[in-house]
Design a protein around this ligand. Structure first.
Ligand code: PIR
Ligand code: CA
Length: 314
């Protein structure tokens, strides 16, 4: 574990966020320091509780806290069409044991980063970017201290919540703009272009069932629900499992291919609110601010997720 990467996961579980937690817990190259949560797929209270329960079944004992209840400017929009009324519909979720950390996620995030050396901690963000935006305003040194931000959000080709916008960016585009323009040491954007290739195919599902543990059965049932909701509302035969791609890319950078670009977030468009505008060719004359994921090694990605689940004790 000496070379494990110290990571804070900021998430809104969420079926795929739950898998990101399990991968972070199950892979020895990740030293998870804290789980912070943000209103997104469901309300802040629901996703905080979900994160605590999932951390329990993953055998984690890291602080889990509740964060922003609403975006910077807009009202919160949630995604019950995809994640259900609880945010983790499908299999019954065990009662969380233990308590949420009393700190607001913005404070837990800042305190955890600043308790380490500059360059020691990476942040993975798999929900709306409200917490991270507030954190970098409250503690501007965060951009120097954090080694890398890897976020699931946006795309350069299409949206999933509007024709132009991906859900996490669209929920709080003002926060997303604050995060993209903050000036991080490194910002990796894992968008739909890549996560729409991270499909839970029948072969993948068979391998998960083959693990044969209580946890693998829970994951299988989560994916049953996620398959149906993605089929009904997004037209997918097999569901894209977005969020663990960020964790996998930290474990093994070869999981994704990236290209440097300037990414701007549209906060004023008539039809394009929440769109990420990706300038690979420097046409806007802005300095690049992101490493944008452009390809996925599907086999390597699922190997990591499946090994991670298999490595957990339950
Ligand atoms: C929202 C999500 C997933 C699918 C839809 N249709 C809407 C959530 C996931 O948790 C992921 O982080 C991101 N938001 C994908 O848009
Ligand atoms: Ca998410």
């Amino acid at each position: 574990m000496t070379h494990a990467r110290k990571v804070i996961l900021d998430c809104d579980p969420g079926h795929d966020d739950a898998l990101a937690i399990l991968l972070a817990a199950g892979n020895p190259a990740i030293d998870l320091l804290a789980i912070t949560t943000v209103g997104g797929n469901q309300t802040a209270a629901k996703v905080a509780r979900n994160a605590l329960a999932v951390s329990g079944i993953a055998g984690l004992s890291v602080p889990v806290s509740a964060g922003c209840q609403r975006p910077m400017i807009r009202e919160l929009s949630v995604a019950p069409e995809i994640h259900g009324d609880t945010g983790l519909d499908g299999p019954p979720l065990p009662e969380p044991r233990g308590e949420l950390d009393p700190r607001h996620s913005v404070d837990l995030l800042i305190e955890t980063v600043m308790a380490h050396e500059p360059g020691e901690v990476a942040i993975v963000a798999t929900g709306p970017l409200s917490n991270l935006a507030l954190a970098v305003r409250k503690e501007p040194r965060l951009t120097e201290w954090v080694s890398e931000v890897v976020l699931m959000g946006g795309s350069y080709s299409r949206g999933n919540w509007t024709p132009a916008a991906e859900f996490n960016i669209w929920v709080d585009a003002e926060a997303a703009e604050m995060v993209f323009s903050a000036g991080w040491q490194k910002l990796t954007e894992v968008g739909l272009d890549v996560t729409h290739q991270a499909l839970a195919t029948p072969e993948v599902r068979e391998r998960i069932r083959g693990i044969g543990s209580e946890l693998s059965r829970y994951v299988d049932e989560l994916l049953d629900y996620f398959t149906l909701s993605n089929a009904d509302h997004q037209g997918f035969e097999f569901p894209p499992v977005h969020d663990p791609v960020c964790v996998a890319a930290l474990i093994d950078p070869s999981v994704i291919g990236t290209r440097e670009a300037f990414v701007g977030v549209e906060t004023r468009g008539r039809w394009t609110y929440g769109m990420t505008v990706t300038d690979f060719d420097g046409q806007l004359g802005e300095a690049p601010n992101a490493q944008v994921a452009v390809s996925l090694d599907h086999g390597r990605f699922w190997d990591l997720v499946i090994e991670g689940i298999a490595a957990l004790p339950r």
